[in-house]
Design a protein around this ligand. Structure first.
Ligand code: NAP
Length: 469
């Protein structure tokens, strides 16, 4: 599964320059292997191959495409363990989480194989008797897909799956820190029989590969998951060729615990929503808002649960927290802790790099957080919990919405009325009520405001890959 070449138009090859990039295991600091350092020329070859393959693929029998996607699902699950090991080696997350990521990625493949059968058109009533009005759906064309390092397998799965089901061809670029999961995913596509040129993948310079995708008039859609800053650059670049874009971008999730919450359930949800993938998920809790009566009890339990997390190499049994992806991530968390404590925050647990070294960091809890702190407005992306105390529901709503982001939000309450007010009042694309784990293939995943546009998953997840005539 350790592919050290790129798939371009059905052939595995290196970069034209022969240059490579080393990939490091963040837990051990050792180099795993090397991948090609490709750029504009290789990307243009992949786009040309995808363009050539599009005619045959988009007009192929739906049952053929669906059959290949089901085979791909099975291949992913047959190789779940080895793919999970690869994912942990390059990304750092605990093996149990990596197995889960492979499984949900495979579930997206199956979901879109099922959904495409329901990509129906419409016969619309005509205003005059002498006409029939038909609304039909068609694959949008060649798709470019750019993915991040934090979920290198499932973030990729959510893009080619609906694209391939719809009849689009695809050129993918995984994150440079974690290319192997994507390369293995595409290898399995080839193994199960996707025709040459239908799926290509390139590693190398983000600016060059993405730049070539954005500049090409043949690429009709670009789907991106990553930071809001890069997303904005790509949206601007899409204007020249009028591409469709979908953007899954950064978050700043509030996690609100009301006085009437089940505190056991809230802590269980909090640990998942905060510490999964070492706090490096776009839907990770950034800000805990806890109502005054329950605040001290919640903090005591959060401190205890954070201190029970076993930190270490994710490949080892029992580890719940692996390393952070790189030193820049560690320094960002340190900076946020320093900023918070200089503005009145109190560290009740953790607070520094872990004694085992590298990029391991202590799960940290800070209380007495306030709106002036960086952690209130910026994405933390690390194992740092910051707790704000609030008095009224109105106060919680206002604080939760006081951000330009709008991806995920969580709330714990037993009040049905409040649940509906949360659904109406929270400006977020994903809202977990009494649940800290909200991603599932059946539901549309995507943000509001500066967290993105478009949906992945759910019946809505196919729409971006289909044009309406
Ligand atoms: P990133 O720096 O934006 O990188 C994401 C991808 O974009 C990588 O493949 C990267 O390539 C590429 N890239 C970087 N600079 C680029 C440029 N100038 N033009 C085109 N492509 C460029 O984000 P990240 O650090 O990998 O991921 C973390 C961010 O992703 C967080 O903000 C997180 O919230 C967000 N995220 C969102 C979702 C969601 O569904 N909403 C899911 C996961 C993550 P290189 O690796 O080669 O630099």
């Amino acid at each position: 599964m350790l592919q050290q070449a790129n798939l371009i138009g059905g052939a595995w090859s290196g970069s034209e320059s022969g240059e490579t990039i080393s990939v490091t295991n963040p837990a051990t600091g050792t180099v795993i292997e090397h991948v090609p350092s490709c750029g504009i020329s290789e990307t243009n070859r992949a786009i040309a191959a995808a363009t050539e393959a599009f005619d045959g693929w988009s007009t192929s029998n739906l049952s053929f495409r669906v059959g290949l996607l089901h085979k791909l699902h099975d291949a992913l699950m047959d190789n779940q363990e080895i793919l999970a090991q690869l994912l942990t080696a390059e990304q750092g997350k605990p093996l149990a989480e990596a197995r889960g990521e492979i499984a949900i990625g495979a579930a997206y493949v199956r979901w879109f194989a099922e959904e495409v059968r329901r990509a129906k058109g419409e016969i619309v009533p005509s205003p005059t008797a002498d006409r029939k009005l038909m609304v039909t759906r068609h694959p949008v064309g060649v798709v470019g897909a750019i993915t991040p390092w934090n979920f290198p397998s499932s973030m990729l799965a959510r893009k080619p799956s609906p694209a391939l089901a719809a009849g689009c061809t695809i050129v993918a670029k995984p994150a440079t820190a974690t290319p192997y999961s994507g390369l293995a995913w595409v290898k399995l596509c080839q193994d199960v029989g996707f025709p040459d040129g239908v799926v290509s993948i390139l590693t190398g310079s983000a600016r060059e590969i993405a730049g070539a995708m954005m500049a090409s008039p043949d690429v009709r859609k670009v789907t991106f998951t990553g930071s809001t800053d890069v997303g904005k650059v790509l949206i601007r670049q899409s204007a020249d060729t009028f591409k469709k874009v979908s953007m899954e971008l950064g978050g700043n999730a509030p996690f609100i615990v009301f006085n009437d919450a089940d505190i056991d359930a809230a802590i269980e949800g909090a640990m998942i929503a905060k510490y999964r993938n070492m706090g490096q998920t776009c839907v990770c809790t950034n800000r805990f808002y806890v109502q005054a009566c329950i605040h001290d009890a919640f903090v005591a339990r959060l401190k205890q649960a954070s201190e029970e997390l076993v930190v270490g190499d994710g490949a080892h049994d029992g580890v719940a927290q692996g390393p952070m992806i790189d030193m820049a991530g560690v320094e960002k968390v340190e900076d946020m802790i320093a900023d918070a404590t200089s503005k009145g925050g109190k560290i009740v647990s953790g607070g520094k790099r872990h004694e085992i070294g590298g990029t391991f960091f202590e799960p940290t809890v800070i209380t007495a957080a306030n709106a002036d702190m960086k952690c209130a407005t910026e994405e933390i992306f690390g194992p740092l919990s910051v707790v704000f105390k609030f008095e009224t529901e109105q106060e919680a709503f206002e604080a939760a919405n006081a951000t330009e982001f709008g991806l995920a939000a969580y709330a714990y309450t037993k009040s049905l009325g409040r649940t509906f007010r949360l659904n109406d009042g929270l400006q977020y694309g994903l809202i977990g009520i009494n649940s800290g784990l909200i991603t599932t293939v059946e539901a549309p995943f995507g943000g509001l405001k500066e967290s993105g546009m478009g949906k992945e998953g759910g019946s809505q997840g196919s729409e971006d890959y289909l044009s309406v005539k």
